[in-house]
Ligand binder design. Structure first.
Ligand SMILES: C[S@@+](CC[C@H](N)C(=O)[O-])C[C@H]1O[C@@H](n2cnc3c(N)ncnc32)[C@H](O)[C@@H]1O
Length: 244
């Protein structure tokens, strides 16, 4: 199921103004220069070829979630917005979900920065009550919608999957037991807003919430939240239990 939610994605000018506000002029110039250098390296034939290393999932399940088939226009929009698409690797995903110490039956799975929807699809192999994604770039979210419609897997257990186009800062957390999945989607300044929203929502409606932070490069921001209790840590992810 794909339902609608108000789309608040800003756009290139908003993203650059956000960056100027949070990083300042010099900080933004440095940031965009560094990201542009990475983007140019990524365009080399060798790098493009290596990105097809993630294609097995797509063959197995009749979808398009690969990192390799991202247009230059989308890469430029990623560069301006400060996020970068990369799908979660299936074995890593299973390891992260297996670390949650309770049955997932009845929980809602939320992926902020859901890209082409691979984590949403993989989550549907578990007995979640429903699955919700939010992705900033409309073109990636459109592919996610196609993927949800075409996904094939005999092990699928949850069929209520929504994918929304919008900025995660405006995500309205449902008052439901939640597994929140975050594959390092945002630049630094966005994290504080997203975590503050989650905390507000938990105070208003206390409930079980587990947060998986995959590739935790801004982990210091999480460590500063006294309402997040670390349950498990590996080199790849940190699992937290949230309390109000
Ligand atoms: C590393 S990818 C993860 C994709 C997906 N979660 C998965 O695991 O397969 C991060 C995604 O976050 C998106 N993103 C970046 N900033 C965002 C924001 N403010 N709101 C929503 N999505 C955002 C990027 O466009 C990118 O597609």
């Amino acid at each position: 199921m794909i339902s609608s939610m108000p789309s608040q994605t800003g756009g290139a000018l908003t993203w650059v103004l956000d960056s100027l506000r949070h990083r300042g002029v010099i900080g933004s110039l440095r940031y965009y220069a560094r990201e542009l250098r990475d983007l140019l390296v990524d365009l080399t034939p060798e790098r493009r070829k290596s990105r097809f290393g993630d294609i097995d999932f797509d063959f197995d399940h009749n979808v398009d979630t690969t990192w390799a088939r991202i247009s230059l226009r989308t890469r430029l929009r990623e560069w301006l917005s400060g996020g970068q698409y990369q799908p979660t690797e299936p074995a890593a995903f299973r390891q992260m979900l297996d670390a949650i110490p309770v049955s997932l039956d009845g929980f809602t799975f939320i992926d902020l920065g859901s890209g082409k929807g691979r984590a949403l699809l993989m989550a549907s192999d578990y007995p979640f009550r429903r699955i919700v994604g939010m992705e900033l770039l409309g073109e990636l979210n459109a592919v996610a919608a196609q993927n949800i419609a075409h996904y094939r897997n005999d092990r699928q257990k949850c069929f209520v999957i929504e994918s929304h186009n919008g900025d995660a800062r405006y995500f309205d957390f449902p008052a439901e037991p939640t597994v929140l999945y975050l594959f390092n989607p945002f630049p630094r300044h966005i994290w504080r807003e997203v975590l503050a929203n989650l905390h507000r929502s938990l105070i208003a409606a206390p409930r079980p919430v587990y947060v998986i932070y995959h590739n935790p490069v801004h982990e210091d921001i999480f460590a500063a939240q006294s309402w997040l209790r670390e349950l498990r840590r590996t080199g790849q992810f940190v699992l937290y239990e949230a309390g109000s």
